[in-house]
Design a binder for this molecule. Structure first.
Ligand code: PHE
Length: 494
């Protein structure tokens, strides 16, 4: 027989099987003969030899009946019925009352039931056994049964098995695959001279590579199935990674990024957007106003335009909001409540040039912190201004954006914002539910005309953290900001 191309463990196992006349080998016998401790090595070697046709493997599935928690206790301190029976025989008058004193509640109740099954009856408050020897023999049978465990299902008495299966926690069964290996005639025919083990190389050295020795060497295999530690390295926070992805999606769609300050005037944040000066969202409880400075100057000319729009609609044909417009209110500094404050200023500076602009930036609202709200969060804002821009184009743009982010199902629903007409709410489908992610619309003439904008402006503003919750599968928005290192390490690379 030719020298087979065997690995060391296979050589060792085959050699042992040749040396010993045993007709079949259990796993333990192989481990023992080969001086191995690792079962996986033995199973692997057996498998390899089987592939070469040198051994055959036999598998039987057996069901082992073993002691469960209560069964082990019964072995240690006796079955409940045994203990009751012993007690009955140790006292002069085994009354129910005495039993309740000597055994705990949870034992006394079921215990009496067990005794009755065994043939004990209650007579005038006393426990009486009619056939003591029958009881003794049943108890012996039960004890013997438990003491014989663990055992193969087939070897056990069926009525005992049925009895103990009905009782809680005494026994349980476990299916096991038992493998045995036998050497085949071609296995026997391999010359044992050829079964000398090779030197196994676990480290490659320059010397080894310089000679020809590596050609015939056996290398220690890596077990790629073993658990290992994940190498840790620096990485972007998932929020930052998401922002980067959003940036690249917008850049890909031909947008340029706008970055601007978050300290703004109420004038730009609200008045320019035709939000009435008595709008509830402008109240102190919804908006963070600055104490210092208490005023940021805006030009009278600009405020004059807003004033006329707000009071009576100016030249737009709108009726405006009525009332009287306050320059003081317009000049109050605040932390921006939305990033629309920045796109509108961009338009004011570039009223005539067609553009596509986006931003991903921080906004502030006086929100109580909970599972879905933070006082500081981010918006994904964008505008498209160009001749002929229309609602269809707005919807398509938003759908394209979300599709690129991995959410192909998007729908829009009518909504209301003081600065757009029509106004939309954007929803995406996630886990079968529609989730609102933001608002959009076409700026009203009350917004565009005072700034000298002539083409239609499509605009939208969407929550970034909401999107992050979808992408990362979160049910609590705060997770994004608590710097939980373990969680951060586990986040997928976006
Ligand atoms: N600014 C709005 C918000 O904060 C969103 C929006 C932006 C709506 C632009 C319409 C147009 O919810």
């Amino acid at each position: 027989m030719d020298a087979p191309n065997l690995l060391n463990p296979e050589r060792r196992m085959l050699l042992q099987m040749q040396k010993n006349e045993r007709s079949s080998w259990s796993l333990d016998e192989i481990l023992d003969a080969c001086s191995w401790t690792d079962q996986a090595v033995a199973v692997g070697a057996g498998h390899g030899l089987e592939n070469h046709g040198y051994v055959s493997m036999n598998e039987v599935i057996i069901t082992e009946i073993r002691l469960d928690e209560n069964g082990k206790k019964a072995i240690a301190s006796g079955l409940l019925e045994q203990r009751l029976w012993d007690w009955m025989n140790s006292v002069k008058e085994p009354s129910m009352q005495a039993l309740q004193l000597n055994f705990e509640r949870h034992e006394a109740g079921p215990g009496v039931g067990l005794l009755k099954q065994l043939g004990v009856s209650i007579d005038g408050g006393l426990l009486v056994a009619t056939d003591a020897s029958l009881i003794e023999s049943t108890l012996k049978q039960r004890n013997d049964f438990l003491n014989s465990l663990p055992a193969d299902l087939g070897a056990l008495d069926e009525s005992m098995l049925k009895h103990f299966r009905q009782r809680k926690g005494l026994i349980s069964s476990l299916e096991q695959t038992i493998r045995t290996w036998s050497i085949t005639s071609s296995g026997k025919a391999v010359e044992n001279e050829k079964l000398k083990e090779n030197v196994v190389i676990s480290e490659i050295t320059p010397e080894l590579l310089q000679t020809d020795a590596w050609r015939d060497a056996e290398f220690r295999a890596f077990d790629v199935t073993l658990e290992s530690t994940t190498p840790r390295r620096g990485r972007a926070h998932p929020m930052q990674a998401l922002i980067e992805r959003i940036r690249s999606v917008f850049l890909e769609m031909g947008f340029s990024e706008l970055v601007d300050d978050y300290v703004q005037t109420a004038g730009w944040n609200m008045d320019a957007l035709f939000i009435p000066q008595d709008h509830p969202a402008r109240e102190m409880q919804d908006t963070f106003y600055l104490e210092n400075p208490s005023k940021m100057e805006l030009s009278d000319e600009l405020m004059g335009k807003w004033k006329s729009i707000h009071e009576d609609g100016g030249e737009t044909g709108s009726t405006g909001w009525g009332g009287s417009f306050s320059f003081d209110t317009a000049q109050r500094p605040l932390l921006r409540t939305h990033t629309t404050v920045n796109t509108i200023q961009y338009l004011a500076q570039n009223p005539k040039d067609a553009c596509r602009v986006f931003s991903v930036d921080r906004v502030f609202r006086k929100e109580a912190i909970d599972r879905t709200h933070l006082p500081e969060f981010h918006q994904i804002e964008g505008i498209i201004m160009e001749e002929g821009a229309n609602l269809q184009m707005l919807v398509t743009t938003l759908k394209t954006f979300y599709a690129k982010m991995g959410y192909p199902e998007v729908r829009v629903r009518p909504a209301y914002f003081p600065y757009t007409e029509p106004s939309l709410e954007i929803e995406v489908k996630w886990h079968g539910k529609w989730l609102e992610l933001g608002g959009a619309g076409i700026f009203r003439p009350e917004v565009t005309e005072p700034l000298g904008i002539e083409s239609p402006v499509l605009a939208w503003g969407m929550g970034l953290e909401r999107l992050a919750m979808l992408v990362l599968g979160l049910d609590d928005i705060r997770q994004l900001y608590i710097s939980d290192l373990e969680w951060l390490r586990q986040q997928p690379l976006l």
